[in-house]
Structures are given as C-alpha cells and as structure tokens.
Design a protein around this ligand. Sequence first.
Ligand SMILES: [Zn+2]
Ligand SMILES: [Zn+2]
Length: 331
Amino acid sequence: MTEVIPGIHQLQLPMPEGSLEYINAYLVQGDNGYLLVDTGWNTDETLDSLKKQLAEIGINIKDISQIVLTHIHPDHYGLVGKLKQLSRAEIALHHLEKDLIESRYINTDNLLQQTSQLLHANGVPPAESSELQTASMGMIKFIAPTLPDVTFRGDETISTGIFTFQILWTPGHSPGHICLYEPTKKALLSGDHILPTISPHIGLHPQSSDNPLGDYINSLNTVKQLDVKLILPGHEDPFTELAARVEKLIQHHKQRNSKILALLGAKPKTAYQISAGMTWLSDIDGVSWQNLSSWNKRLAISETMAHLESMRIGGKVDRFFQNGTIYYQRT
Ligand SMILES: [Zn+2]
Ligand SMILES: [Zn+2]
C-alpha cells in the first residue's frame, strides 16, 4: 500500500490469471469512513491482500463506507459482493454498467448466444467458434456480483468530507466506464480508460455501443482538457503528462486503422480474416494469431470489429452482407 497523495492510498491487488500483474484499488480517506475505488477479483488471495493492506494503516473492511466501481470488468468489480456483505458500504457505479450485470454475470445464456451469432456473422469458422464463444466463462467464478445502491449518469460529485470527486462518464473501454477527478489535488483516477503503457482493450461485442472506438476517442478528448497533475490508473503505476499519453493512445488507434485498411486491400474481407492477418498484444513485437489464447482471439476480433465499425461510420470502409456473413471493403 502506497500513499500516493496524503489521504489517498493505492492498494495493489493480485490477479488470478492473465497478463497483468495486479489491479490498483484506491482507498480515500473520509471524515466518516473510507471510500474504496474498485475492488479486485473475488478470490481468497485478493481478500487477504486487501485486509493486510488496510491493516497497515490501522483500519479494516468495516471502515469502508462507500465503494465506487469504475466499470464492471471482473478485476475491478469481482469482489464487490463480498465486500458489501462484510462492510455494508454503499455501492455506486454508472447506470449503463448496472444494466449489464445480470446478463453478463447471472443469467448468461442470452449473451452467450448473441456472442456466438456475432462471431459467426463476422466470419469465425465453426471449428473455432464455440471455443471463442465460451472463452470468458472461466472468469465467472471470480465474480461475486451485486447490484449498486446508487447509479451515476456522469455529472455528479461525490464527497468523503475530505475529498470531492467529479464523476466523469468515459465510455469506450466499457459503455458505462467512469473516471473520478479531484480538482483541488488535480488527480484523476482513470480506471482502465487511460493506462501509462498499455492501450486498453476497446472492442465491439453484444454489450458494447455501436461505435465503442468512436466513444473512446471522444472520452479521451474529454479528459485531455482537465487540469491534471497525477493520473492514478487501474493497472501499472501512477503517472503524469496526461495530454501526451492521450495523444499516444489516439496515434495507436490511427495506426491500427491504417494497418486494417492496408490488409483490406482491394478484396472484401471479414473481421475474422483481418484479425488473423494481424499481430496482437504489442505494437512492437506483436503475437501472431495462431499463438493467441482463445480469450485473446476473441478480444482481438472484437477490437478489429470496433476499428472497422468506426471507419465505416467515418466513411472509410463499407460493409455488406453475403449469405449471413458481414464483409468489409474500402470505399
Ligand atoms: Zn477493464
Ligand atoms: Zn482492468
């Protein structure tokens, strides 16, 4: 646990799987209990780690009176149900995230079916489809879902009595993603919207908007205007120079667009064909399609679809349907 600003501690919570080492939760002092931003996964290891870190400043879970979730991905939201039971804290998140909880984590049949249809329509061969469709189901056990007590629209402020945060709706990585901005400290709790070295996943899927990449770029431009001295991200370390980081993320997506346009060439292709022709996970020495896990393949296709749809809306590519399959071509 590190005190990143007097009264604001960063807690690093372990991740059960995947490439990221830990997720950062932030503990904010209040005059009547603490605010916790994000929770980590629902594992014994995460809960133990959280308890241990709270003990370092002499508090326990019951001292948490508010929990705000930047979004409902398992690494940020997973432990919330358990923490609610242990602390009775008030749970708050954006209303668009609330709407996804039931279909994503509780009654998942519909979403699985929609995912399968979307993958099929975008050219995923039947032999690969079922593996990709269910690739996320292993995560369900690491989520203790609960519904929020409070929902945001994105123009609220919340106060701990010591710190006051503006809630900023920053859709893109997730439809109801929020950042928390503390103007007097010039601090931005950025969740997964802006990370110091990783480009957050922006994908089109049954629970995304129609143009998540367009939303993401707009959300980047919104936070770029803020007077920020320190960014406190959901992964990796705190960092500075917000505008430069935003510019870099925008450039990354422009490069991916160019790459996709080049791959489209003269002949129409499906999102699957384009994804299989690209490298992934790093701009520098990316991993080829064959070497990706099923989960990463699914993320890759959904990213390609997000790029294709944003370019379609921007007039750079056209889309047409043939025998139930969606093809894209350059305009
Ligand atoms: Zn996330
Ligand atoms: Zn995350």
